[in-house]
Ligand binder design. Structure first.
Ligand SMILES: [Zn+2]
Ligand SMILES: [Zn+2]
Length: 183
């Protein structure tokens, strides 16, 4: 890693004109801090998060391709149990110098269209992109498994662990009819 660089933050001159890979591993406490700063409380890191980013520069334009890997923990929205989400996601992002000529509307429009970020001065900070991508990867309604049966609304028992005593599963009348046909 480059000296004096915290995470994936670069000065323009440090980015080579031939593609080069930079790797940073965010320790668990670093991840926790970044999530806290973004007021994200639903997810927690289970292991360090590794970010590999390939950067290439042409004059003041920078193009990045990245891979983020790790494991996060979140809470199932049905059974409220914690479960792990493996993270393996790729992203691409272009960077252009912020110029005063563009008004804000144009800036936001083109940023949406082209996955383009703008940097000020000569410092490119990729760290916020890593966190944004990571947070986006967590489903809006996380489920520990697709067929999670959730909690019994009566007694609160976790129905994944077995039936509770509140409501025996209703007998299916079609099966009942078949059973009566048996000799
Ligand atoms: Zn669940
Ligand atoms: Zn119950």
């Amino acid at each position: 890693m480059l000296k004096g660089v915290r995470g994936l933050k670069f000065r323009l001159q440090e980015i080579p004109r031939e593609e080069k890979e930079f790797v940073h591993v965010y320790g668990i406490s670093e991840v926790i801090q970044a999530l806290q700063e973004r007021d994200v409380k639903e997810i927690h890191p289970l292991e360090p998060i590794e970010a590999r980013v390939r950067l290439i520069r042409s004059e003041k334009q920078v193009f990045s391709r990245g891979l983020i890997r790790g494991k996060m923990e979140t809470t199932c929205s049905r059974c409220l149990g914690p479960f792990a989400i493996p993270i393996k996601l790729e992203f691409q992002q272009a960077f252009l110098p912020r110029t005063k000529a563009l008004n804000l509307e144009e800036l936001e429009l083109s940023a949406d269209d082209l996955d383009t970020s703008y940097y000020s001065g000569d410092t490119l900070d990729l760290n916020p992109i890593i966190w944004d991508e990571l947070i986006l990867e967590i489903p809006f309604i996380p489920l520990c498994r697709e067929d999670c049966r959730g909690l019994c609304p009566m007694c609160g028992a976790n129905l994944n662990e077995g039936e509770c005593l509140c409501s025996p599963p209703p007998a299916d009348s079609r099966w009942e009819a078949l059973r009566q046909l048996k000799p």
